[in-house]
Design a protein around this ligand. Structure first.
Ligand code: ADP
Ligand code: MG
Length: 308
């Protein structure tokens, strides 16, 4: 069996602050093999961005380890880490921040190629034209426009996707890659990314949008407050969510199913135990102890005492 190109093992991240701090990730695991795609889904603050950044060594871990292409990145010196990162593409959550303000779309797409020393200026620009066309920006009139000043949010996001794909990454980490697209172009972004996974690229997509997650990946992992609460095949999670938080995500989608459960609002609950307990309609005394993620059905994992 192929070994994973990315593995996060029991990764915890704590952001300290004078008033206390936040446990942004708690014992999070993930694994991606060549050509495989994984979607991480959860509401804002669940730790998706922190997990993607941790996978690239951009966030210090408080415990656990990250393995990129078979190497534990904590044991890598700077040049070794840089060369592992070169094999990865990263689409940051904010498509405004990642592109220098003065660059036009063509130069922005060519920049990573030139920084990596990939050929002369002409060759880099030729590749940039191909990339912009690949992401649906095929109007040469747009290529000369300044990314930050003249392009729409959706177009800027496509430039950011072109940059992430420019060095033909073996692994793509995509943080909310379609958040600025409308309903029609969201599907197009997915098609672009899936075409690359068919060519062997591994992919992790972070999104707050469960239907988007389900249509984008081979596996879905649901996170809540830094913990993985459920993972499994997308169609199963959508049709038959096991964890009460996954159920809450499904019920929040307009037009899907009847609301079977009381509102998922926060009620009194002392700290500790299951992270979802304060909002969970099914909680019981046992939920004061923290449930661990375990296989509850074939190929499906969940962290909940109430699943039988
Ligand atoms: N650099 C940081 N410093 C302090 N807290 C942070 C930082 N980055 C993220 N956090 C906190 O960590 C938690 C997870 O954030 P994040 O990973 O951005 O979640 P998501 O991407 O799912 O919205 C949040 O509570 C957020 O406020
Ligand atoms: Mg985020």
């Amino acid at each position: 069996m192929a070994s994973p190109i990315l593995a996060a093992k029991k990764v915890s991240v704590f952001f300290g602050s004078p008033g206390g701090g936040t446990e942004a990730l708690k014992d999070a695991d993930l694994e991606v093999k060549e050509g495989e795609s994984l979607a991480i889904v959860g509401e804002s603050g669940s730790g998706k961005t922190t997990l993607l950044r941790a996978c690239l060594g951009l966030v210090p871990l408080s415990s656990g380890s990250i393995w990129l292409f078979g190497s534990d990145i904590s044991g890598c010196n700077r040049p070794a880490l840089v060369s592992l990162r070169r094999r990865c593409g990263y689409i940051p959550q904010d498509p405004f921040g990642c592109v220098p303000p003065t660059l036009n779309a063509l130069d922005a797409a060519a920049e990573p190629i030139r920084l990596a020393g990939g050929g002369n200026r002409g060759q880099a620009l030729e590749k940039a034209r191909e990339l912009l066309s690949e992401v649906g920006l095929d109007d040469p009139g747009l290529w000369k426009e300044r990314v930050r000043l003249s392009l729409s949010g959706g177009q800027r996001q496509r430039v950011s996707i072109a940059r992430a794909l420019s060095l033909d990454p073996e692994l793509l980490l995509a943080d909310e890659p379609a958040s600025m697209q409308d309903a029609a172009t969201r599907g197009e972004v997915l098609r672009i990314l899936k075409r690359r996974t068919r060519g062997g690229m591994g992919m992790v997509i972070a999104t707050h949008d469960l239907p988007f997650a389900a249509s984008s990946a081979d596996r879905v992992m649901v996170m809540y407050k830094g913990s993985v609460v459920e993972s499994g095949p997308p169609e199963m999670i959508v049709k038959d969510p096991l964890h009460p938080y996954s159920r809450a995500l499904i019920e929040a989608i307009p037009g899907i199913g009847k609301k079977m459960t009381p509102p998922y609002s926060e009620r009194e609950w002392s700290h500790g135990g299951c992270p979802f307990a304060p909002r969970c309609p099914l909680r019981e005394e046992i939920c004061r102890q923290e449930p661990s993620l375990k296989e509850v059905r074939s190929g499906r994992n969940a962290a909940c005492w109430r699943i039988t």
